[in-house]
Design a binder for this molecule. Structure first.
Ligand code: MN
Ligand code: MN
Length: 456
């Protein structure tokens, strides 16, 4: 019953290193859900995938081996490769999320105080607020003007770009702050980003803010009012880095859950001629409850499967439900890794360790498994069989000790459709911190596990 440290037995160090480099480049390039979708759509098009909307418009039929994808509002992505068997016999779905915790600019973000231009934010997802101060931040996002034109913003990650950030109090004057509970020592409303300090010449009132507005007008042709229809995310600036003296790990922003999104995506695009229809599902809004049109609760997924089945010539309401019910899913999401600094929150026999491969969580939830998808023993047995045959190292885990806390993923939402679902992903240290850590061998082995699953 011992899962092994995979470094001890791997013969694939070169492959792991090459895979990690591509993965790091992806993390550095994709810091928002929109950036993930456009990066992946480019690779899909290069890989012979057609847009589902084109297939529908031109009334083209889909058959075994065909490859299609659909995006939802530029923030979620669904990728299909039609299998040899009818879709009604079920699909193999890898489902990850591409949103990550961050600070979103408010709709009226810009103001001046103390002759400094500030950007007001509202945090997104579960963060420890004190971790987001005194840290270089970049702004990524879109500003949509009234005429529908979209200005794409990416500032703070270019080599010569300036960075921004949230200031913190000097220790000399932080006596009162240091006595507060950690959840209150930095208040959400105080996560304001310093954006400028140079007054615009000849301007009397709010001259620093005026200077920033002039710059935005000149460089991006946007007005202050355009912030109303913008989605701008402040994210940690800088590239994904090798971590550790032995370079065995990766430190980067947004690895929950882009590590599973990337490995799922790679397994998907390298798949050819699947037996069962392969699906890669990359969803948005997981960090705030999978809500909204681009989240997993949206009808987008079922609607798109219906469209694909229609193009395959096998759609009916009943056929759709059969297809969903016969489907097997890996909810590709990260798990907490054992941290030697905080052993007290883990049950050592039932927690994940860096280096031991993909992590299977039969259930998540909190307070007595509440809110969890408790995967079926029969399904887990099926997975053990295909993973062992595929020579994949893996481990099992729960999210911390009983009653230590808990969490959830998209697993239960897909399980509501009658599918077999289990959480399976990469172990992460520093989860939800500005920079998260994964082990390179876990990233690679998870990708290998996903490939085996799509063939299973
Ligand atoms: Mn996640
Ligand atoms: Mn998360």
């Amino acid at each position: 019953m011992v899962s092994e440290n995979l470094w001890n037995k791997t013969a694939a160090r070169q492959e792991i290193s090459a895979f990690s480099e591509d993965y790091r480049a992806f993390l550095t390039a994709c810091k928002t859900e929109r950036e993930c979708v456009s990066y992946m759509a480019d690779r899909l098009q290069a890989g012979g995938y057609q847009k589902l909307s084109d297939v529908i418009r031109e009334n083209r039929p889909l058959a075994s081996g065909d490859k299609v994808y659909a995006d939802m509002m530029g923030k979620a992505l669904l990728i299909f490769q039609i299998g040899k068997r009818p879709v009604t016999e079920g699909m193999r779905i890898l489902g990850a999320h591409i949103d990550s915790p961050r600070l979103d600019l408010k709709q009226r973000p810009l103001y001046e105080d103390g002759e400094l231009a500030m950007l007001d934010t509202h945090y997104y997802g579960g963060i420890k607020k004190y971790q987001w101060t005194a840290l270089p931040l970049a702004l990524h996002g879109v500003i949509v003007k009234k005429d529908g034109s979209v200005v794409r913003l990416s500032l703070g990650d270019g080599e010569n770009d300036p960075v921004l950030g949230v200031s913190d109090l000097l220790p000399h004057l932080a006596g009162k702050q240091m006595e507060k509970k950690a959840r209150e020592c930095v208040e959400g409303e105080n996560l304001n980003i310093l954006a400028g300090s140079c007054p615009l010449e000849g301007e009397n009132k709010d001259a620093v803010k005026a200077g920033i507005l002039k710059l935005l007008k000149e460089q991006y042709s946007i007005e202050e009012e355009d912030f109303i229809s913008a989605e701008i995310e402040a994210v940690p600036a800088g590239p994904a880095r090798d971590y550790g003296l032995d370079r065995s790990m990766i430190m980067a922003y947004g690895q929950d859950d882009r590590v599973c999104a990337y490995t799922s995506f790679r397994a998907m695009i390298e798949m050819e001629n699947p037996e069962y229809t392969s699906v890669c599902l990359l969803t948005d809004k997981e960090e705030i409850g999978s809500v909204g049109a681009t989240g997993m609760h949206s009808r987008f997924f079922e609607d798109t499967v219906a469209e694909v089945m229609n193009a395959c010539g096998c759609y009916s309401e009943l056929a759709l439900h059969r297809a969903l019910r016969n489907t097997k899913v890996l909810s590709s999401d990260v798990s907490a890794a054992f941290d030697p600094n905080y052993p007290e929150v883990m049950d050592k026999n039932n927690c994940a360790y860096l280096g031991r491969g993909p992590v299977f969580n039969k259930y998540t939830g909190s307070r007595g498994k509440s809110g969890s998808n408790d995967a079926n023993a029969e399904y887990i047995a099926w997975l053990r069989n295909i993973l062992d045959k595929g020579g994949i190292g893996y481990q099992t885990s729960e999210l911390g000790k009983v009653d230590a806390g808990g969490g959830g993923t998209i697993a239960y939402i897909l399980a509501n459709l009658g599918m077999e679902v289990i959480d399976c992903g990469v172990a992460v240290l520093n989860m939800h911190a500005p920079f998260e850590i994964t082990s390179k061998i876990d990233v690679y082995e998870t990708y290998r596990a996903y490939r085996v699953f799509l063939r299973g």
